[in-house]
Design a protein around this ligand. Structure first.
Ligand code: S3P
Length: 238
């Protein structure tokens, strides 16, 4: 209920129209069914339909590229945004794993970070050639000068910006990040944040990522893209 109240609050602030995520279980339904249980009566998406259309138009044939530190939610939010915009989603780490038939930790282990970075740059270069789609990238991808230039020139980039506590709470649950296999992984993450945030800030749009409903953050992303069309500030919430 708290989530629903927040959805309506934000919808009230941004406009009257609620819209459903496209995975809504009732195909073709154009109204909220009544009295059929929580799952079917709650709106899952709060971006106004008009903003979704504008965001699609702003993106055109480009890729929407999510950048940010590990744990920022690039894949989860990216996937939701791709559903809202009804365009395909691809995760560059998954694509690297698919083409190499190895996991990211295995690639780091077997070939080291420089080889992983070279492969990452090649994969992203290829993915950027066709669109539109949502492309979620590994945290180091945008740090590569060539990749960043390609993303800035041919895509539309979104930095999901989160603070250290949020990132750490998420990444410390899994030990799948090779860069965090250090004596003090929290400090390592903090150092990466210091190094990388000035570079991530070059992205076209910045969206705060925090412990909130993912649908809300995805909607804020779509609304931020729509604001680009109106030439407004790209940061939706401070
Ligand atoms: C990395 C982030 C990882 C993955 C690799 C390197 C980084 O992706 O690409 O472990 O340099 O920050 P996520 O950001 O999806 O965790």
């Amino acid at each position: 209920m708290r989530q629903l109240a927040r959805c309506f609050k934000l919808a009230a602030e941004t406009g009257p129209r609620l819209t459903r995520r496209r995975t809504w279980p009732i195909e073709g339904a154009d109204h909220w069914p009544e009295g059929r249980g929580r799952q079917l009566t709650e709106p899952q998406t709060i971006a106004p339909e008009q903003d979704i259309e504008t965001a699609r138009r702003v993106l055109g044939q480009r890729n929407l590229v999510f950048v940010g530190l590990m744990g920022a939610g690039k894949s989860a939010i990216g996937r939701l945004v791709s559903q809202m915009l009804e365009i395909p989603f691809v995760d560059s780490d998954h694509e690297i794993e698919r083409v190499s038939r190895m996991t990211v930790p295995e690639l780091f282990e077997a070939y080291g970070e420089p080889e992983f970075r070279a492969l990452e740059a090649r994969v992203i270069k290829r993915l950027l050639k066709t669109g539109p789609r949502v492309l979620s990238t590994g945290g180091g991808a945008f740090m590569n000068d060539t990749t960043r230039t390609m993303v800035l020139n041919s895509g539309l980039s979104v930095w999901l910006k989160a603070d250290l506590d949020v990132l750490w709470a998420r990444v410390s649950k899994r030990d799948s990040r090779p860069l965090l296999k250090t004596a003090n992984p929290r400090q390592t993450l903090s150092d990466l944040l210091d190094q990388r945030y000035p570079v991530y800030a070059k992205a076209d749009v910045t969206v705060p990522s925090r412990d909130d409903d993912k649908d809300i953050i995805a909607s804020e992303t779509v609304m931020a893209l729509a604001r680009l069309d109106r030439g407004q500030d790209t940061v939706p919430i401070s």
